[in-house]
Structure formats: structure tokens, C-alpha cells
Design a protein around this ligand. Structure first.
Ligand code: PEP
Ligand code: MG
Length: 364
């Protein structure tokens, strides 16, 4: 007698035969990547590199780097961070052998990398050999009123190009090492929180510089792609021009929802329950894609981008990428893939197949 787990596998193989959308996972650790692969992910659609720096030793290096007072001091920390970044990326490339890994450049709400209270400042001062006084001053300078709308994403590359260069060198050196070890890494470098085409050109130039620096010493070719997140209304309203500069685009619907509504992602929990109770909204827009608003921005972006560059690859990597109703919308929109948390991959595979079947039945 077939177990329910066998039935589920049968259902999944039916789904894989019928779906058009690819399903990727959001993952940063080799463990999550392996889990994602086991659950059928066809790549990593979002590796949030800022998460790779939260561990003990790294967070101190990261903090020290951000608190640096000179370019030289910063470069010293970046050189150490590069080793961690390269080793981590190598592990991911090994696990995802032959499948694309979309690595997003650092997108920190900067405050998450800073010490928060006096005790933390004192402790950090001892560990990184900087005066508590000095740290206090810099932290005060870096404090933001609206961190989620502040010094994030590619804005960091604009102010600190050396951070981006470090990351790119790490990603490409890891890819080279993976190739030398007999693996097939497929890195896709993704620029976060883009607003306009000039940012993409500026960051792409930094990326090219990093890649050339690594490959100048190696007689090896690394198959990489450069792409952009689509997560600000401004980016969706000029998508054709952005498409002209990149090979793939991926909707970050968490931020796109935040900015379309003007609902802070970090504070929405304080009032959304009341909005739902009073029927001011039908569903939590951070869970289920608001097709009438965020969806329309997405439609506009995809059609303009494809008019400019017909084959451009399009994905989604916000939380909505794992929500069945949103997946139907992404299928109808003609996206190439959805990317979601590893544990949601099986459900996304089924939702993607249902989306296609439903559309075909609707059209016949
Ligand atoms: C998004 O904004 O939808 C996204 C995927 O990026 P993050 O959640 O890391 O801001
Ligand atoms: Mg985002």
C-alpha cells in the first residue's frame, strides 16, 4: 500500500511535468541550500549576503569595517571579510553544483550591523580596539530615522564601492575555486534596491572591476550574470531602461509592497490586524500579493522590459514567491521563476502546476 509520502511524491512529479514556472529557494547557508535542493529547488533565487555576516567573529569584523575612519582601515577589514565571503560562497556553489545561485550584494538596514546600547559599545570597543567614545560618535552619525528607507541596497555601493568590490572578488574567486574542484558554479550577481539606470551602470562598473581583478590572474572563464532587484516603484516605472543594462530582473515584493503602500515593513504588524478586522484591506499585502496595485507595477515592468529585451529573465524573490495565489499571478505574468523559503518549495511546485492547468482550462 502506498504511503501518503509516496502519494505526495507522485503529486510532485505530476506538478513538475506540468508547470512552466521554475522554483528556486531563498538560502544563504549550505544546510538550507541542501534542504532546498532535496525539496526540488532548481537554484537559489536569493542569497541575502548580509545574513552571512551575522555570526560572532564576522559581525565584529563587519561592525569594525562600517565604523572605520579611513579607507585604509576599512580595506584591512574588507580583506578579512573577503576570506569568509569566499569560503561561504564556495560551499554554496558546491551544494548547488550546476544550478544558478543568485547572490545579492549587501543590503543591510545598516543599523542592524551597529551596536545598540552602551554595554554593546563597551564590549565592541574592547574587541576591536577602538575607543568607546569614538564608536559612540560614529554610531550617532550613522543613526537613521527611517532605516528601511535609508542607507540600504545599492546606496551602499555608491558610498562604499570597496565593499561591493570585496563581495564580487569573493564570489568570483569562489566560482574559480569551484571550477578548479570540478564543479559547475553559475553565479548571478544581483544589485539591490535599485531606483534608476545610472545606479546600475555605476554598480556594474564596480562589479566588472572586481571580476577583472580576479580573472586577470586566472586563465579560466566564469559564466556569470548581472541582474537587478525590482523593488522600488521608481524602478518599475522605468523598467525598459533598466532591462537594457542587465540579464535578469527579480521582483522584491516585500519592499515593493512597503513602498507602494507606504506601510513600513517593520511596523505594519502594529496596525494590519485592525485593517483586516475592519475590512479596510482584504488580505495582508505582505503575505498575498496585491494584484491591483503591486501587481500592476509588476505587469508594467515586465511588459516594458520585454519590449526592450524580449528574452530577459524575470523572477520574484519576495515572500509572495511562496504564496500559492501569488504564484498564479506570477505564472499569468509570464515570470520565469519564483523563489521562496526552502520549506515552501514543494507547495510552490504544486501551485505552479495548478496555475498552468487552471489557465489552460480557462482558455479552452
Ligand atoms: C524583497 O524586498 O522582497 C526582498 C526579497 O528583499 P528583502 O526582503 O531582503 O528586503
Ligand atoms: Mg528588499
Amino acid at each position: 500500500e502506498a504511503s501518503s509520502s509516496d502519494d505526495f511524491q507522485t503529486l510532485l512529479s505530476w506538478a513538475d511535468k506540468h508547470r512552466r514556472l521554475k522554483v528556486r529557494a531563498n538560502a544563504e547557508t549550505p544546510e538550507d541550500a541542501a534542504k532546498a535542493r532535496e525539496l526540488g529547488a532548481e537554484g537559489i533565487g536569493l542569497c541575502r549576503t548580509e545574513h552571512m555576516f551575522f555570526e560572532a567573529e564576522r559581525i565584529d569584523l563587519m561592525r569594525a569595517m562600517i565604523l572605520s575612519e579611513s579607507k585604509d582601515e576599512r580595506q584591512g577589514y574588507l580583506d578579512q571579510l573577503l576570506n569568509f565571503q569566499r569560503d561561504d560562497m564556495l560551499e554554496l556553489f558546491k551544494v548547488m553544483d550546476g544550478l544558478p545561485v543568485t547572490v545579492r550584494l549587501l543590503d543591510p538596514p545598516l543599523h542592524e550591523f551597529l551596536p545598540h546600547d552602551e554595554a554593546e559599545i563597551e564590549a565592541l570597543a574592547k574587541r576591536i580596539g577602538k575607543s568607546a567614545e569614538k564608536i559612540r560618535d560614529i554610531v550617532k552619525d550613522l543613526a537613521e530615522v527611517n532605516p528601511m528607507l535609508g542607507f540600504r541596497g545599492c546606496r551602499l555601493s555608491v558610498v562604499y564601492p570597496e565593499i561591493t568590490e570585496m563581495q564580487v572578488k569573493a564570489i568570483i574567486s569562489a566560482a574559480v575555486a569551484a571550477i578548479e574542484a570540478g564543479h559547475k558554479p553559475l553565479p548571478e550577481i544581483m544589485i539591490p534596491l535599485v531606483v534608476n539606470v545610472r545606479e546600475i551602470r555605476l554598480v556594474s562598473a564596480i562589479i566588472d572591476r572586481g571580476i577583472r581583478a580576479v580573472l586577470a590572474e586566472k586563465k579560466i572563464s566564469v559564466p556569470y550574470k548581472i541582474g537587478t532587484m525590482m523593488e522600488t516603484p521608481r524602478a518599475t516605472l522605468g523598467a525598459d531602461r533598466l532591462a537594457g543594462e542587465v540579464e535578469f530582473m527579480s521582483f522584491g515584493t516585500n519592499d515593493l509592497t512597503q513602498m507602494t503602500y507606504g506601510f513600513s515593513r517593520d511596523d505594519a504588524g502594529k496596525f494590519i490586524p485592525q485593517y483586516l478586522e475592519k475590512k479596510l484591506i482584504e488580505a495582508d499585502p505582505f503575505v498575498s500579493l496585491d494584484q491591483r496595485a503591486v501587481g500592476r507595477l509588476m505587469e508594467m515592468a515586465v511588459s516594458e522590459s520585454r519590449a526592450r529585451k524580449p528574452g530577459i529573465k524575470y523572477g520574484i524573490c519576495g515572500e509572495h514567491g511562496g504564496d500559492p495565489r501569488s504564484i498564479q499571478f506570477c505564472h499569468d505574468l509570464g515570470l520565469d521563476y519564483v523563489s521562496c523559503s526552502p520549506f515552501r518549495v514543494p507547495v510552490a511546485r504544486i501551485a505552479a502546476a495548478q496555475a498552468k492547468v487552471k489557465r489552460e482550462m480557462g482558455n479552452s
